[in-house]
Design a protein. Structure first.
Length: 208
Protein backbone atom coordinates (compact mmCIF):
# COMPACT_ATOMS: atom_id res chain seq x y z
CA UNK A 1 0.00 0.00 0.00
CA UNK A 2 1.06 3.59 -0.48
CA UNK A 3 1.35 6.41 -2.97
CA UNK A 4 4.19 4.87 -4.98
CA UNK A 5 2.50 1.45 -5.11
CA UNK A 6 -0.78 2.90 -6.36
CA UNK A 7 1.04 5.10 -8.86
CA UNK A 8 2.88 2.08 -10.28
CA UNK A 9 -0.45 0.27 -10.70
CA UNK A 10 -2.01 3.30 -12.39
CA UNK A 11 0.90 3.56 -14.85
CA UNK A 12 0.56 -0.11 -15.75
CA UNK A 13 -3.19 0.22 -16.24
CA UNK A 14 -2.78 3.30 -18.42
CA UNK A 15 -0.35 1.32 -20.62
CA UNK A 16 -2.51 -1.81 -20.53
CA UNK A 17 0.57 -3.66 -19.32
CA UNK A 18 0.74 -6.65 -16.99
CA UNK A 19 3.02 -5.68 -14.10
CA UNK A 20 4.16 -7.35 -10.91
CA UNK A 21 5.30 -5.41 -7.86
CA UNK A 22 8.10 -6.48 -5.54
CA UNK A 23 8.89 -5.06 -2.13
CA UNK A 24 12.67 -4.81 -1.74
CA UNK A 25 14.77 -3.27 1.08
CA UNK A 26 15.56 0.32 0.12
CA UNK A 27 19.34 -0.18 0.06
CA UNK A 28 18.99 -2.89 -2.58
CA UNK A 29 16.54 -1.16 -4.89
CA UNK A 30 19.05 0.24 -7.36
CA UNK A 31 20.89 -3.07 -7.58
CA UNK A 32 17.73 -4.88 -8.69
CA UNK A 33 17.70 -2.69 -11.80
CA UNK A 34 21.48 -2.88 -12.31
CA UNK A 35 21.30 -6.68 -12.21
CA UNK A 36 18.21 -7.00 -14.37
CA UNK A 37 16.04 -8.35 -11.55
CA UNK A 38 13.54 -5.52 -12.07
CA UNK A 39 12.62 -3.26 -14.97
CA UNK A 40 12.10 -0.15 -12.89
CA UNK A 41 12.22 1.24 -9.37
CA UNK A 42 9.62 3.60 -7.94
CA UNK A 43 10.79 4.45 -4.45
CA UNK A 44 12.69 7.71 -4.49
CA UNK A 45 16.14 6.58 -5.69
CA UNK A 46 18.16 9.80 -5.75
CA UNK A 47 19.65 11.25 -8.90
CA UNK A 48 23.34 11.43 -8.07
CA UNK A 49 26.43 11.31 -10.28
CA UNK A 50 26.86 7.68 -9.20
CA UNK A 51 23.30 6.55 -9.98
CA UNK A 52 23.17 8.51 -13.23
CA UNK A 53 26.04 6.38 -14.54
CA UNK A 54 23.88 3.26 -14.28
CA UNK A 55 20.29 4.48 -14.25
CA UNK A 56 18.00 6.61 -16.37
CA UNK A 57 15.18 8.55 -14.74
CA UNK A 58 11.67 9.36 -15.85
CA UNK A 59 10.04 12.74 -15.72
CA UNK A 60 9.44 14.04 -12.20
CA UNK A 61 6.13 12.92 -10.71
CA UNK A 62 6.41 14.52 -7.25
CA UNK A 63 8.26 17.61 -6.07
CA UNK A 64 8.88 18.78 -2.51
CA UNK A 65 8.52 22.54 -2.28
CA UNK A 66 9.49 24.78 0.56
CA UNK A 67 6.42 26.35 2.19
CA UNK A 68 5.73 29.04 4.74
CA UNK A 69 3.33 28.35 7.60
CA UNK A 70 1.85 31.14 9.74
CA UNK A 71 -0.61 31.41 12.63
CA UNK A 72 -4.24 30.79 11.71
CA UNK A 73 -5.18 34.45 12.19
CA UNK A 74 -2.12 35.87 10.47
CA UNK A 75 -2.51 37.96 7.32
CA UNK A 76 1.20 37.82 6.52
CA UNK A 77 1.95 37.21 2.84
CA UNK A 78 5.47 35.75 2.83
CA UNK A 79 7.43 37.43 0.05
CA UNK A 80 10.98 38.82 0.09
CA UNK A 81 9.60 42.37 0.25
CA UNK A 82 7.13 41.69 3.08
CA UNK A 83 9.26 39.74 5.54
CA UNK A 84 11.64 42.52 6.56
CA UNK A 85 12.29 42.19 10.28
CA UNK A 86 9.96 39.19 10.61
CA UNK A 87 11.19 36.23 12.66
CA UNK A 88 11.09 33.02 10.63
CA UNK A 89 11.65 29.63 12.25
CA UNK A 90 13.83 27.17 10.30
CA UNK A 91 15.72 24.00 11.10
CA UNK A 92 19.34 24.82 11.78
CA UNK A 93 21.67 23.83 8.95
CA UNK A 94 18.82 22.89 6.64
CA UNK A 95 18.42 23.78 2.97
CA UNK A 96 15.41 25.85 4.01
CA UNK A 97 17.59 27.98 6.27
CA UNK A 98 20.05 28.48 3.41
CA UNK A 99 17.27 29.41 0.98
CA UNK A 100 15.76 31.90 3.42
CA UNK A 101 19.09 33.59 4.06
CA UNK A 102 19.83 33.78 0.34
CA UNK A 103 16.52 35.09 -0.98
CA UNK A 104 14.82 36.69 2.04
CA UNK A 105 17.73 38.79 3.17
CA UNK A 106 15.64 41.20 5.29
CA UNK A 107 13.93 38.43 7.25
CA UNK A 108 15.35 37.24 10.57
CA UNK A 109 16.06 33.52 10.43
CA UNK A 110 15.51 31.84 13.81
CA UNK A 111 17.19 28.42 13.68
CA UNK A 112 16.04 25.48 15.80
CA UNK A 113 17.68 22.14 16.39
CA UNK A 114 14.83 20.15 14.83
CA UNK A 115 11.43 20.46 13.16
CA UNK A 116 9.44 19.87 16.33
CA UNK A 117 11.05 22.80 18.11
CA UNK A 118 10.51 25.04 15.09
CA UNK A 119 6.84 24.06 14.88
CA UNK A 120 6.37 24.61 18.61
CA UNK A 121 7.82 28.10 18.30
CA UNK A 122 5.23 28.97 15.67
CA UNK A 123 2.29 27.42 17.50
CA UNK A 124 3.27 29.42 20.62
CA UNK A 125 3.58 32.63 18.55
CA UNK A 126 7.28 32.98 19.38
CA UNK A 127 8.00 33.55 15.69
CA UNK A 128 6.04 35.13 12.83
CA UNK A 129 6.28 32.18 10.46
CA UNK A 130 7.93 28.84 9.81
CA UNK A 131 9.66 27.82 6.58
CA UNK A 132 10.19 24.13 5.86
CA UNK A 133 9.33 21.09 3.79
CA UNK A 134 5.84 21.42 2.36
CA UNK A 135 4.94 17.74 2.52
CA UNK A 136 5.92 17.23 6.16
CA UNK A 137 4.23 20.48 7.15
CA UNK A 138 1.02 19.42 5.40
CA UNK A 139 0.85 16.30 7.57
CA UNK A 140 1.63 18.26 10.74
CA UNK A 141 -1.11 20.81 10.07
CA UNK A 142 -3.70 18.02 10.23
CA UNK A 143 -2.46 16.55 13.52
CA UNK A 144 -3.90 17.00 17.00
CA UNK A 145 -0.56 18.47 18.01
CA UNK A 146 -1.06 21.37 15.62
CA UNK A 147 -4.67 21.70 16.82
CA UNK A 148 -5.60 24.11 14.04
CA UNK A 149 -2.99 26.62 15.14
CA UNK A 150 -1.56 27.36 11.76
CA UNK A 151 -1.99 27.44 8.00
CA UNK A 152 0.00 27.60 4.78
CA UNK A 153 0.70 31.10 3.49
CA UNK A 154 1.88 32.10 0.06
CA UNK A 155 2.75 29.63 -2.64
CA UNK A 156 5.29 26.83 -3.04
CA UNK A 157 8.97 27.62 -3.46
CA UNK A 158 10.77 25.29 -5.87
CA UNK A 159 14.48 25.50 -6.51
CA UNK A 160 16.43 22.28 -7.27
CA UNK A 161 19.60 24.04 -6.14
CA UNK A 162 18.24 24.02 -2.59
CA UNK A 163 15.39 21.53 -2.48
CA UNK A 164 15.05 17.97 -3.74
CA UNK A 165 14.64 17.76 -7.50
CA UNK A 166 11.70 15.48 -6.82
CA UNK A 167 10.74 11.84 -7.24
CA UNK A 168 11.23 9.99 -10.52
CA UNK A 169 11.12 6.37 -11.64
CA UNK A 170 14.48 4.74 -12.34
CA UNK A 171 15.28 2.26 -15.11
CA UNK A 172 18.52 0.72 -16.28
CA UNK A 173 20.59 3.19 -18.29
CA UNK A 174 20.01 2.70 -21.99
CA UNK A 175 16.59 1.06 -21.59
CA UNK A 176 14.96 3.72 -23.73
CA UNK A 177 11.88 1.64 -24.52
CA UNK A 178 11.02 1.19 -20.85
CA UNK A 179 11.72 4.82 -20.01
CA UNK A 180 9.53 6.07 -22.86
CA UNK A 181 6.70 3.79 -21.77
CA UNK A 182 6.87 5.05 -18.17
CA UNK A 183 6.91 8.67 -19.32
CA UNK A 184 3.92 7.99 -21.58
CA UNK A 185 2.04 6.49 -18.64
CA UNK A 186 2.83 9.47 -16.42
CA UNK A 187 1.76 11.88 -19.16
CA UNK A 188 -1.56 10.07 -19.59
CA UNK A 189 -2.22 10.15 -15.85
CA UNK A 190 -1.47 13.85 -15.77
CA UNK A 191 -3.77 14.51 -18.72
CA UNK A 192 -6.75 12.51 -17.47
CA UNK A 193 -6.54 13.84 -13.92
CA UNK A 194 -5.69 10.55 -12.24
CA UNK A 195 -2.32 11.83 -11.03
CA UNK A 196 -4.05 14.70 -9.25
CA UNK A 197 -6.67 12.36 -7.75
CA UNK A 198 -3.96 10.06 -6.45
CA UNK A 199 -2.07 12.99 -4.95
CA UNK A 200 -5.14 14.18 -3.05
CA UNK A 201 -5.91 10.66 -1.84
CA UNK A 202 -2.63 10.53 0.07
CA UNK A 203 -2.06 14.24 0.64
CA UNK A 204 -5.53 15.67 1.39
CA UNK A 205 -4.02 19.01 2.42
CA UNK A 206 -2.19 19.77 -0.80
CA UNK A 207 1.28 21.21 -0.25
CA UNK A 208 1.42 23.14 -3.53
Amino acid sequence: MGYNVDLAREICQSLKAACSLKIIPFNHLANTVFNGEADAVIAGVSMTPETLEKLSFSQIYMRFPGRFVVGRNSTLEPLPETLGGKRIAVVEGSRHEAFLERFFTDAVAVPFENEELARNALSRSNVDALFGDGMRLSFWLDTRTADGCCKFAGGPWLDPSYFSGGLAIATKAGNTKMLNAINLGLTRLQSNGRLGELYLRYFPRGFF
